[in-house]
Design a protein around this ligand. Sequence first.
Ligand code: G1P
Length: 286
Amino acid sequence: MEIRKAVIPAAGLGTRFLPVTKSVPKELLPILDKPMLQYVVEEAAEAGIEQVIIVTSPGKESIASYFQSQPDLDSRLSDSPELLDKVRHASNLARVSFVIQEQPLGLGHAVLTAREAVGDEPFVVILPDDIVVHTPGVVAQMVEVSQRYNAGVVAVEPMPWETVQNYGVVDAVSAGERLHKIRGVVEKPKREDAPSNLSIVGRYILPPEIFQCLERTKPGAKGEIQLTDGLLMLLEQAELFAYEFLGTRYDGGTPMGLLRASLEFALARDDTREATRSLLRSLDNQ
Ligand code: G1P
């Protein structure tokens, strides 16, 4: 079945970025000149996603205004077609709608909040602080895998063992190149309890049955309703594959991760490469 909708949870407090997240949502923090959120909406659009459902929370209204057209700004930029294209681009990528998660009850609960907007069809969940660079993007790669196997797919990456406690981790058996059949999954295990080092990166293609599972999921790690625990329940009735995606992942969820992404993106872009190189050389000489 075609994957037409994406759910992007963006309701968190962004505590790792306080104090800036007092008034700027983490998802709007930039890598160079574009908010993290826009990179993942672009990734979704590239994979053929038509509708993006963003889950926000009270106080994060600026996320919605980012995707609205702003006639005043448009008319002030009417002499600069290039800038006009830039500001209009975000609103033209896909249909964007919003649902509000009133209480911070966890990632699983945030996804459940989008139930009505998704309806009875498979969809993709994209966590906007996992930024992955590759053409085609991770969502496009996963849509292909999901259609080939007619099953749900979770993006994974082998992580250093000392970091598995920060992720959802899969218990899986090999099912082909870059592909594993998931037998179990655990959220933020201690290193000694982790079934593998294949850690979940924020991309999931899921059948609508996940909603019934999330409805019954009890609070788990950190006292929150975890998407990972919903996946474990889903495994009782559906097949799920773990897919080792192609691409470089940046952790936009921490200031240092965002700094690294910014530098590497600047080195990759023609208009910023030389200036960034000379900046890095000058810092290295200090
Ligand atoms: C969330 C998920 C976790 C996943 C991670 C990927 O954790 O709960 O399973 O591995 O995203 O970034 P969080 O980073 O919100 O703690």
